[in-house]
Design a protein around this ligand. Structure first.
Ligand SMILES: *[C@@H]1O[C@H](CO)[C@@H](O)[C@H](O)[C@H]1NC(C)=O
Ligand SMILES: *[C@@H]1O[C@H](CO)[C@@H](O)[C@H](O)[C@H]1NC(C)=O
Ligand SMILES: *[C@@H]1O[C@H](CO)[C@@H](O)[C@H](O)[C@H]1NC(C)=O
Ligand SMILES: *[C@@H]1O[C@H](CO)[C@@H](O)[C@H](O)[C@H]1NC(C)=O
Ligand SMILES: *[C@@H]1O[C@H](CO)[C@@H](O)[C@H](O)[C@H]1NC(C)=O
Ligand SMILES: *[C@@H]1O[C@H](CO)[C@@H](O)[C@H](O)[C@H]1NC(C)=O
Ligand SMILES: *[C@@H]1O[C@H](CO)[C@@H](O)[C@H](O)[C@H]1NC(C)=O
Ligand SMILES: *[C@@H]1O[C@H](CO)[C@@H](O)[C@H](O)[C@H]1NC(C)=O
Ligand SMILES: *[C@@H]1O[C@H](CO)[C@@H](O)[C@H](O)[C@H]1NC(C)=O
Ligand SMILES: *[C@@H]1O[C@H](CO)[C@@H](O)[C@H](O)[C@H]1NC(C)=O
Ligand SMILES: *[C@@H]1O[C@H](CO)[C@@H](O)[C@H](O)[C@H]1NC(C)=O
Ligand SMILES: *[C@@H]1O[C@H](CO)[C@@H](O)[C@H](O)[C@H]1NC(C)=O
Length: 655
């Protein structure tokens, strides 16, 4: 393994001994030992041989013996080893070696100043495990740091600061480059793993090449970051991806220059050319090797206070589904809005999960309007981390033209889609004098109550029904199939939200069957029609049970009994348990036969402990205005049914 050779790090003993550095006449290098900035205030000198020097320079052909007059010179001194390599004199290609090899005991920086002929390029290659870019103000975990710079008209520009272990395999510059490798005082490496090759012009400031061998996210910075990128220059990043992987580009931060000519741009070869602005969203789900170039304009150099061009971006490479496309046919779904988005997950790190509505045009969230045909692809490892929600608005402004009963359908394309349909909402909107009716002929609804909760996993979905005015919204209740509620009439605007359980079976959505119609105004918040299909006990509760029935609001239930049935009605508590500031609250129970007596209870009276009822009847509950801050009206009741044996005479209910 290359990197094993390369890393071979060894700890060195502390030194008080003397050193000898010998440079051959052929060693085209100089060594400077000098005081570091911010050193401790106690004195420490170099003795060569007198102990009075603060710096020491050793050039080619020299032999110097030196020592220090303190025991921890590494706290005071640093060493610079500078070498010039002129490729135009035929020295390249070349593998750089760390010479002289016996330098240690001080933090040291090896700088290679590498030249080639005018208009030629230089390639710096790094052996595995390659390099990773860091912010210039950051340190590397192993304190081994590379700084690479180049020149434009004799001004130095940093290409970047790098640590070992990353994706960057090669960096190309034009004409002249400096590689500075900094090593900590107690560490020596044998081979810096850098090769230098000269080649023809690279036609840009620099080219940084990355090769990904596995899934990862890396951060890259424009040359000279965070300072301005040089005027009129461009730099390129090239990316090599492993098989069956895709990349996403995400710009994290940028500043824009003040241009006098041209414009700053980002030019992609994906490998098809594509021009993006810095402010655009950047391509994702890139399935091939690609490159991107940052192009500066001719900058207005008078505007020195301006930040100039800079860019910080992430590249994420992860396994991909390739270019598989999924159809979403919403052509016949006018008024439908579909959202595809991330589920909330508590995890701190999630790989990129993007939804693409065109090749490489991806986002973490997508809103699709009905009336069109979409081809969706994903850059996402787990589609289960995404969900689909849909919302359809159904309006009625004139009862004469819209009172026919309509089915609430779910487009098959959403059921077949590989991302789970989390919820589907229908919003029924009408003016204040029009009410709504929800009918479920085939499934009959069960109310989701604590005593008899809906089993969403078993039935495949539940419905939340909300009623709203321009002022507020209340949750009428949660419901699921296989109950006794045949019809719900609601006075105000209604939202019906079908919700599916996590990892639910989409095939169960086929049993969903609700119809709605707009009807003439009702004065109650809601009227339920309950037609027991079985003898099972039925549980019901007042609308908005969690927070209570609104002030003065009323609700009704019509309970159908067949000729052969009788019913027993029980309330969940023995009193309404509220105290009214204005008005009174009532519970009324009355058979729907002419002349039937009525059971009426006010909020200060006991509720009947049990009522036996023999024909179809009403339950009405109407609220007062309770004192603010006191309990709200919330009632639950249950009904059990009995078959009346043949010949038994149905009595009229005693009051
Ligand atoms: C030597 O390098 C280390 C980090 O690698 C740093 O903390 C220390 O201050 C440096 N010493 C000097 C004298 O600059
Ligand atoms: C060695 O090279 C570095 C980087 O180019 C430079 O900053 C430093 O001044 C040079 N030192 C000497 C003594 O020339
Ligand atoms: C030796 O270094 C000097 C500058 O320090 C440079 O001008 C010269 O080209 C170098 N010679 C070789 C052979 O690289
Ligand atoms: C540089 O090192 C590599 C790998 O160790 C080797 O294949 C190559 O031949 C060397 N090149 C030169 C010019 O020494
Ligand atoms: C390189 O970095 C990766 C994570 O980015 C880590 O898993 C691996 O151990 C590192 N390798 C070395 C040699 O430091
Ligand atoms: C590298 O430099 C040498 C010496 O100047 C030259 O002969 C060679 O053609 C250069 N190679 C390239 C690719 O430019
Ligand atoms: C960008 O990449 C770095 C790793 O280099 C990662 O820590 C960071 O979370 C990424 N930022 C975003 C916004 O993805
Ligand atoms: C973005 O850049 C601005 C200006 O360079 C800097 O102040 C800010 O901290 C940067 N933000 C991030 C997240 O890097
Ligand atoms: C970028 O990619 C395109 C298409 O593959 C290629 O023509 C171009 O030379 C590349 N640019 C660089 C700087 O490598
Ligand atoms: C509702 O009110 C509007 C205007 O006030 C009226 O034109 C319409 O006939 C009313 N509709 C019903 C069903 O009462
Ligand atoms: C229902 O919504 C429509 C449209 O926003 C509004 O005009 C109407 O007043 C709402 N109905 C009620 C009862 O608030
Ligand atoms: C329940 O009663 C209503 C009228 O109150 C009627 O329209 C409906 O058909 C009845 N349902 C059943 C199942 O008998």
């Amino acid at each position: 393994m290359l990197h094993l050779l390369w890393i071979a790090a060894l700890l060195l003993p502390p030194l008080t001994e003397s050193y000898t550095i010998t440079l051959q006449p052929t060693d085209n290098l100089t060594i400077h030992i000098k005081r570091a900035t911010n050193t401790p205030s106690q004195p420490c000198n170099i003795c060569a041989p007198k102990c009075n020097a603060l710096s020491l320079a050793i050039s080619r052909g020299q032999k110097v013996d030196y020592t220090f007059d303190c025991s921890t010179p590494e706290k005071y001194f640093i060493m610079e080893v500078n070498r010039t390599i002129d490729c135009s004199s035929g020295m390249c290609p070349l593998n750089i070696s760390l010479q002289p090899t016996n330098l240690h005991g001080l933090n040291r920086t090896f700088s290679w100043n590498i030249l080639t002929s005018k208009n030629n390029g230089l390639i710096f290659g790094f052996s595995g495990p390659w390099l990773t870019q860091i912010d210039p103000s950051s340190q590397c975990p192993d304190h081994i740091r590379f700084k690479i710079s180049t020149y434009v008209h004799d001004s130095s520009y940093s290409i970047g600061t790098f640590c070992r272990n990353g994706t960057i395999t090669r960096i190309k510059v034009q004409e002249r480059g400096v590689i500075a490798l900094s090593l900590p005082w107690n560490l020596a490496i044998k081979d810096p793993g850098i090769s230098i090759t000269n080649r023809s012009s690279i036609k840009s400031l620099s080219i940084v090449e990355s090769t990904f061998s596995q899934q990862s996210t890396v951060t890259l910075l424009s040359a000279n970051y965070p300072d301005p990128f040089p005027t009129n220059e461009q730099m390129t990043w090239k990316f090599n991806l492993p098989e069956n992987h895709a990349a996403a580009v995400q710009f994290l931060n940028h500043t824009s220059p003040m241009c006098v000519k041209k414009e700053e741009n980002v030019h992609y070869y994906l490998p098809k050319p594509a021009l993006h602005k810095l402010t655009d969203s950047q391509p994702a789900n890139i399935l091939q090797n690609f490159n991107l170039s940052l192009e500066n304009c001719e900058v207005d150099t008078q505007k020195t206070a301006h930040p100039g061009l800079s860019l910080k971006f992430n590249i994420t490479v992860q396994r991909s589904q390739g270019d598989q496309l999924y159809a979403l046919d919403l052509t016949k779904e006018k008024g439908l809005v579909v959202h595809i988005k991330k589920r909330f997950t508590g995890r701190t790190f999630t790989p990129v999960c993007l939804i693409c509505k065109a090749p490489m045009v991806c986002d973490s969230e997508l809103v699709l309007e009905g009336g069109r045909y979409y081809k969706i692809s994903f850059l996402c490892e787990q589609l289960s981390s995404l969900m689909v929600t849909a919302e359809k608005v159904i309006e009625c402004w004139d009862l004469k033209t819209c009172n026919s009963r309509m089915p609430l359908t779910i487009p098959q394309t959403l059921i077949d889609f590989p991302v789970q349909l989390e919820s589907y909402s229908w919003k029924l909107i009408a003016p204040e004098n029009i009410s709504n009716e929800i009918v479920s002929k085939s499934v009959y609804l069960q109310q989701d109550v604590v005593d008899k909760p809906c089993n969403a996993a078993a039935v495949g979905f539940t419905y939340d029904i909300f009623s709203s005015t321009n002022k507020d919204t209340l949750k009428v209740g949660a419901f699921c199939p296989n109950g006794s509620i045949e019809k719900i009439q609601l006075r105000d605007n209604v939202t019906i939200t079908l919700k599916t359980p996590r990892n639910g079976n989409p095939a169960k959505l086929l049993t969903h069957d609700l119809h709605v119609s707009f009807v003439s105004f009702i004065k109650e918040v809601s009227i339920f029609t309950v037609s027991p299909k079985t003898e099972d006990m039925i549980y019901l509760e007042t609308p908005n049970y969690e927070s209570g029935l609104p002030d003065y609001a009323s609700a009704s239930w019509s309970i159908n009994l067949t000729k052969k049935q009788s019913a027993k009605l029980k309330f969940g508590k023995d009193k309404m348990d509220i105290s009214c500031e204005k008005g009174s609250a009532y519970v009324n129970i009355m058979e729907q036969k002419d002349g039937s007596p009525e059971t009426v209870r006010r909020e200060d009276q006991q509720l009947p402990s049990q009522l036996n009822i023999y024909s179809t009847f009403w339950v009405n509950i109407s609220n007062c205005k309770p004192w603010t801050g006191t309990k709200k009206l919330k009632l639950q009741f249950c009904i059990t049914f009995n078959q009346i044996s043949p010949g038994e005479i149905k009595p009229s209910r005693p009051g």
